[in-house]
Design a protein around this ligand. Structure first.
Ligand SMILES: [Mg+2]
Length: 394
């Protein structure tokens, strides 16, 4: 058991102001579908793969039937057979997302994107420019998204990322919440432990074992109790339960560690040729996404789920980073050989990880990368053609 070697000081309390706005679109994919197709509005709608996939997004009308994200589609159908089921269109969601973030950037340059429909804005110092107080500015942002894009978002303004994020989810949909400085701990204290990001399957039973139920119970523990049982990781959660969160809004913070695509087949597949074709398509698309963002990856993953539901992931790493599918293709072929040929495949997926930007490459050139990378002119030229003439021409 770790010994207590440090003492804990609460952070200084001067000039704290509720400047951090967390924003999150309400039922994003489902709302976009209802925006594009007026006949879907006001009806239970589920975005997800066909019968064998899971729910990606459910409209609020569908949620009334108990349908929620990550639920198997067949279960959603049982709960609400009359719901509208659509497959979704990621290109459209990305475009709407970009328009939403463009609006946020009109109000402050300090925008941290945390997912396709969610992020943090630091509004400090923007009162003069917008001639309003921060809660008015926040309200304008939410209203503009609704008016100009046609989907609703929720948000919360507080002194910290944590408190803003939790209160957005507590009061959704179509709500702006303000947690005044000094009220953070009181707001959090009645909430169940699992409402805090970071308290999950592993830590929750350990806290419950101690008889803790709410964030208030956790906050009431002493530094020594937490330190001796959980060490530094526990201290972070204990501080956050008190509403203490020192993280800043970081516009550079959104750097995806990996990207992936997967597909659940309507029938289990045994043809190696077919699987090769499908995974090559995914690889091509993932490399295209990297090039668009001027990013590079080093490791490729192959995920295979057999009809028995047993799932395996295999991976291989290049010597130097790349965003050219031709570099990853031989590795993917190797990975496909790991497949157990006597078993049929239900789902297959490809991922790329160890992603870095050009800037990182320049700052931290690894021994293998740098000069050895292939010139990308060919792939970039192909991308330009894809952009102008559609993805299927090449
Ligand atoms: Mg959302």
């Amino acid at each position: 058991m770790p010994m207590l070697t440090t003492t804990w000081q609460p952070p200084q309390k001067h000039h704290r102001k509720a400047t951090i706005l967390h924003v999150d679109a309400d039922a994003f994919f489902a709302s976009v579908e209802q925006l594009l197709e007026p006949s879907y509005r006001g009806k239970p709608l589920v975005v997800g793969g066909r019968d064998r996939g899971v729910v990606c997004s459910a409209s609020y009308e569908a949620r009334r039937y108990g349908i929620h994200s990550a639920m198997p589609i067949y279960k959603a159908r049982q709960l609400c057979p009359e719901a509208i089921f659509v497959r979704g269109n990621s290109a459209v969601y990305r475009e709407i997302s970009q328009r939403m973030f463009a609006i946020f950037h009109d109000y402050t340059p300090t925008v941290e994107i945390t997912s396709i429909d969610e992020g943090y804005l630091d509004l400090s110092g923007t009162e003069m420019m917008h001639k309003a107080d921060l809660s008015t500015i926040a309200m304008r942002i939410l209203q503009r998204v609704e008016k100009e894009i046609g989907i609703t978002i929720s948000g919360a303004l507080s002194t910290s990322k944590l408190v803003s994020k939790i209160s957005t989810s507590q009061f959704k949909p179509r709500k702006l919440t303000l947690i005044a400085p000094g009220k953070e701990r009181a707001f959090l204290s009645g909430l169940p432990l699992k409402s805090m990001p970071g308290i999950g399957k592993r830590s929750l039973p350990q806290f419950e074992y101690l008889g803790l139920k709410t964030l208030g119970d956790l906050a009431a523990m002493t530094f020594e109790e937490i330190w001796n049982r959980f060490g530094a990781g526990g201290i972070v959660l204990w501080e956050r339960a008190q509403g203490i969160d020192r993280r800043c809004v970081n516009p550079e913070g959104y750097r995806r560690k990996s990207i992936s695509e997967e597909k659940t087949f309507t029938m289990d597949i045994s043809s190696q040729y077919f699987l090769e074709q499908e995974t090559m398509k995914m690889l091509k698309d993932l490399c295209y996404q990297l090039r668009k963002r001027e990013l590079y990856a080093k490791t490729i993953l192959l995920k295979i789920r057999y009809s028995s539901f047993q799932t395996y992931t295999h991976q291989k790493t290049l010597e130097s980073v790349s965003n050219d599918e031709d570099d990853f293709r031989p590795l993917l072929k190797e990975l496909l050989k790991c497949r157990q040929l006597d078993k049929k495949v239900r789902l297959i997926g490809v991922g790329l990880k160890n992603i870095q930007s050009e800037l990182q490459l320049q700052l931290f050139p690894s021994t293998q990368s740098g000069g050895k990378r292939k010139p990308e002119s060919l792939q970039l030229a192909l991308d330009r053609i894809r952009k102008t003439h559609g993805a299927n021409v090449i």
